[in-house]
Design a protein around this ligand. Structure first.
Ligand code: ATP
Length: 320
């Protein structure tokens, strides 16, 4: 049996500026992505026998057979059919193979599902890298990035990793210079929030308040804080235009954010479309004590620590 395991990070948006809705239904964004050390793993193998556990699905077409299983964090909320983003990625890649291909994908989830940390997109990126290696395609990174952009706005960043400014739907990426390492706490919530619902609520709130929506621009203060490794300024410049909508749809999050600030977080915001909340800490020890305080305060399902930036989807077994 041949197998390839790829590790892929979650993301937090340090700045998420949302422009007016476009004709195609998407919004123009400025999306400062930051990859953090909360990882899913995707193993692709050529052994098509059934996986242990119940969460097993198979998707077969004339040329392509993909089996998929999911374990770990909220695995029961992840589909094991053709709607699984890792399966979609494997099918998209298979088109480039020019011959029949097959794979069994095992997804080990640590990234919260529907948590605003792009877990599904991460799995898609990991499946691209794993299947490219398993099938010996050796596609250039640029070609993988193009396939990734076709799969979803957040998938290219999961390939790239580190910190990057995304424009367009968020898929046009320019790497951003960062000095040092930033320490984070992520407060995981009960249940998830649908990204489409949060965008719709954002539009509704803006219409109701008559808010003039400016063309999104990268925040210079935030970019300077990143390149200087200045956590204190970074904390003050974090921003997310989707936050009011996420708070409207999930009211208890306001208390979660407040609790983090009370315990000394340098910055606190909803991660992407939520409901995960992100807190910037002063150091790794501060992050550990902040996470414990959040759990003791009972304002989240659990709190995990992580640091960023970290690389994008990377083969960990066998080593490249
Ligand atoms: P984003 O931050 O990109 O908006 P998210 O982190 O809020 O996304 P995901 O974890 O990517 O949300 O999941 C969104 C939905 O996608 C889930 O409710 C799930 O049904 C579906 N999904 C499909 N494939 C996957 C996958 N491999 N992992 C997680 N969810 C998946």
């Amino acid at each position: 049996m041949t197998s390839v395991t790829v590790r892929v990070p979650a993301k937090v948006n340090l700045q998420l500026s949302v422009g007016p809705p476009r004709d195609d239904g998407y919004h123009d964004l400025v999306n400062v992505f930051h990859a953090v050390s909360l990882f899913d793993e995707v193993t692709a193998s050529d052994d098509l026998s059934v996986l242990p556990g119940d969460l097993v699905g198979g998707v077969v077409s004339e040329q392509v057979t993909i089996m998929v299983g999911v374990e770990g964090e909220s695995a029961d909320q992840v589909p094991v059919d053709a709607s699984n983003l890792a399966v979609k990625a494997a099918f998209a890649l298979a088109e480039r193979a020019g011959r029949p291909v097959s794979a069994r994908l095992l997804i080990r989830k640590a990234i919260p599902v529907a948590g605003g940390m792009a877990g599904g997109s991460a799995d898609a990126a990991a499946a691209l890298v794993a299947c490219d290696e398993l099938w010996g395609l050796g596609l250039p990174r640029q070609e993988l990035m193009e396939i990734a952009a076709g799969l979803g706005s957040d998938v290219p960043f999961a390939l790239l990793g580190d910190t990057a400014v995304g424009t367009g739907r968020g898929e046009m990426l320019v790497p951003a210079p960062v000095t040092g390492r930033f320490h984070w706490v992520f407060a995981l919530a009960e249940g998830g929030l649908s990204t489409a619902r949060v965008y719709a609520e954002c539009d509704r709130l803006r219409e109701a308040t008559g808010e003039q929506v400016a063309w999104p621009q990268a925040d210079e203060g935030l970019m300077e804080a990143l390149s200087a490794g200045d956590a204190e300024t970074l904390g003050k410049t974090l921003s997310n235009d989707l936050q009011p909508a996420a708070l409207m749809l999930c009211r208890p999050l306001a208390r979660t954010l407040e609790a983090g600030r009370e315990h000394g977080a340098l910055g606190a915001l909803v991660s992407g479309s939520g409901p995960t909340c992100a807190f910037l800490a002063e150091s790794d020890t501060h992050a550990a004590s902040l996470a414990m305080a959040m759990e003791v305060a009972g304002v989240c399902r659990s709190a995990v620590t992580a640091f960023g930036p970290v690389p994008g989807a990377t083969i960990v077994r066998p080593l490249p």
